[in-house]
Design a protein around this ligand. Structure first.
Ligand code: 6CS
Length: 312
């Protein structure tokens, strides 16, 4: 039989590389076939999640940046300066987190989804046409964000004018000036060519892009134990593969951007410059507790305990 798997990126982007490894593992170890649907083939991110909830698709990769509208607790991944910059700490958090392995599967299950894993895609950076070194520089700058209320609050706290949009509208929006900037990992800024219509890239160090692989829960529950294990093994293999794949990816992507567009500036803010952005964390956390659903406090506390255990 054929299992249908949709994701939010192209085949050669991080989610696509993950998906290809998953497919390879499933097909090497069983008679199942995995059919991959990259971004755009079945609609936007929200469409593919709905198609998975309804059982048209068996697997979907969707980021909390979008899922947060459905599962408010998932917005915790958009609290700025919560995840560590240090890669080893970050990876050990994603491997062992009790929030990810214990609490979130229950929350996703309530929406008919089996959460298989969450993984990081890379440091998030801001692109703009104006140099950004302080919150005042964000004044009147319309920064496109994923359709996530907490991300809106976070960019408001940064001093910007956040504009939530689905991905498909971003390049055109930047071109026509409907939006002035956006945030994404370097590989994505490079592969989707948004740098072509932007002048500056700023590294605030405020987040790493989190994403998640899920299955339709009825489908997953109906599988034999052997097939469930096959899926878990394929997920683990893809998880390890994608962390390895990301070694050096951010720097290589920035180099490619600078080579393609020498006029672009890439600026890493100093700790001093980051301080006023970092100072918004408390306020955004308070907003998360208000709008992050019934288990927001539990999720935030567990995340912090997990991060401490991961050494950050
Ligand atoms: O900004 C976005 O909407 C997209 N960013 C990434 C890195 N992956 C998929 C998502 O749609």
């Amino acid at each position: 039989d054929t299992w249908r798997y949709a994701f939010e990126e192209a085949l050669d982007e991080v989610q696509g590389v993950f998906a290809q490894k998953f497919k390879e593992e499933v097909e090497a170890n069983s008679d199942h076939e995995v059919q991959l649907f990259p971004f755009g083939t079945l609609g936007e991110s929200d469409n593919i999640l709905e198609q998975t909830q309804s059982g048209i698709l068996q697997f979907v990769n969707q980021s909390p940046g979008f899922t947060g509208a459905l599962i408010p607790e998932a917005q915790v991944f958009l609290v700025p300066y919560l995840l560590p910059e240090d890669e080893q700490q970050l990876y050990s958090f994603f491997r062992d987190s009790e929030a990810i392995n214990g609490i979130f599967p229950e929350l996703y299950a309530e929406q008919g989804l089996e959460l298989l894993t969450m993984y990081p895609e890379g440091e998030v950076m801001v692109t703009s046409n104006r140099p950004i070194a302080a919150p005042a520089d964000f004044d009147d700058v319309k920064v496109r964000v994923m359709t996530n209320p907490l991300l809106v609050s976070s960019y408001q706290a940064f001093g910007a004018t956040p504009t939530p949009l689905p991905w498909g509208e971003v390049y055109g929006g930047l071109q026509t000036g409907i939006i002035d900037g956006h945030e994404n990992p370097a590989f994505f800024i490079e592969s989707t060519r948004t740098f072509e219509v932007q002048e500056h890239i700023t590294r605030l160090g405020h987040n790493n892009f989190t994403t998640a692989l899920m299955a339709n829960k009825d489908f997953f529950d109906g599988l034999s134990e052997e097939d469930q294990q096959l899926i878990r093994n394929a997920t683990d293999a893809a998880f390890e593969h994608i962390l390895e794949y990301q070694q050096g990816l951010t720097e290589a992507s920035l180099e490619a951007i600078e080579a393609a567009k020498p006029s672009i500036t890439v600026t890493t803010l100093s700790e001093e410059e980051r301080a006023p952005f970092r100072a918004t964390t408390e306020q955004v956390e308070a907003t998360f507790l208000e709008i992050g659903g019934p288990r927001a406090q539990e999720v935030l506390d567990q995340m912090k305990a997990d991060l401490e255990a991961a050494g950050s």
